[in-house]
Design a protein around this ligand. Sequence first.
Ligand SMILES: NC(=O)c1ccc[n+]([C@@H]2O[C@H](COP(=O)([O-])OP(=O)(O)OC[C@H]3O[C@@H](n4cnc5c(N)ncnc54)[C@H](OP(=O)(O)O)[C@@H]3O)[C@@H](O)[C@H]2O)c1
Length: 263
Amino acid sequence: MSGTEPGAALITGASSGIGAAFARRLASQGYNLVLVARREKRLRTLSEEMQGQFNVEAQVFPADLSHPLDLERLEKRTAEIANLEMLINNAGFGAPGKFMEMQVEKSIEMIQVHVIATVRLCRAALPAMIARGRGWIINVSSIAAFMASPRNATYCATKAYLNLFSQGLQDELTGTGVRVQALCPGLTHTEFHERPGYENYKTKIPEVLWMKAEDVVEKSLESLNRDQVICIPGFKNRLFVAVMRNRLGARLTRMVTARFQKL
Ligand SMILES: NC(=O)c1ccc[n+]([C@@H]2O[C@H](COP(=O)([O-])OP(=O)(O)OC[C@H]3O[C@@H](n4cnc5c(N)ncnc54)[C@H](OP(=O)(O)O)[C@@H]3O)[C@@H](O)[C@H]2O)c1
């Protein structure tokens, strides 16, 4: 990020976890915020905290990104923010389970929130960013983008989409002053693993493999001006991805993951 006066940052999934950590960090740097999620009360509390602590504007925009009408409203709002400098497509959730044992609507909801919302919001934000010759888009992906994990088929596929989409988009945006990052966190302490199906994670995965949301955000923002689209925060996560990129390593990891999920 450059030294000029910060503009506005729109963050989806700002009501908890990584999104809320982005909001706190960017407000501390003087960004005005547009906070998006379904839980309006949470957003209002965060907004008041940010306005009181950092003297920035923090607008609340309650929306369910799996609902086309809410997304359409948000697209319009996004396109109207003339000084939008940062778009953070972070909203997301996991829903572990075998594809054939889940309602197909759950998979579609995930594709809507992870993929369709990201694509539509990028399209809405980019004209003003390109016109200003300045802007950052962070699409929050996952190290799951590098693996086809059993019981997470749609999750991994949506995150792989975000990585490839971000890379292609960055190529197209070369020379415009707008940069794109696909942020690929590994295990991070947030509310993500409080959903059904993740009961084992907090009790059985050693603490050393987890990161704090604040550290993920710090690594993401530090990497923004580097000439790389994919940002994998944390050495252990980078090691994991390197192993996954090796065919034998990928097979072993899939076996271990499948066993772990049966525990
Ligand atoms: N935690 C991890 O280990 C981890 C690892 C890799 C990647 N990630 C990714 O990081 C991102 C943030 O997750 P997190 O870990 O911070 O989890 P989190 O604490 O559960 O936060 C998820 C956020 O997404 C919002 N959200 C979910 N569905 C939504 C919908 N339909 N419409 C609008 N907002 C929605 C939630 O807000 P409301 O419920 O208020 O709508 C919440 O603010 C996700 O994309 C996730 O895939 C997380």
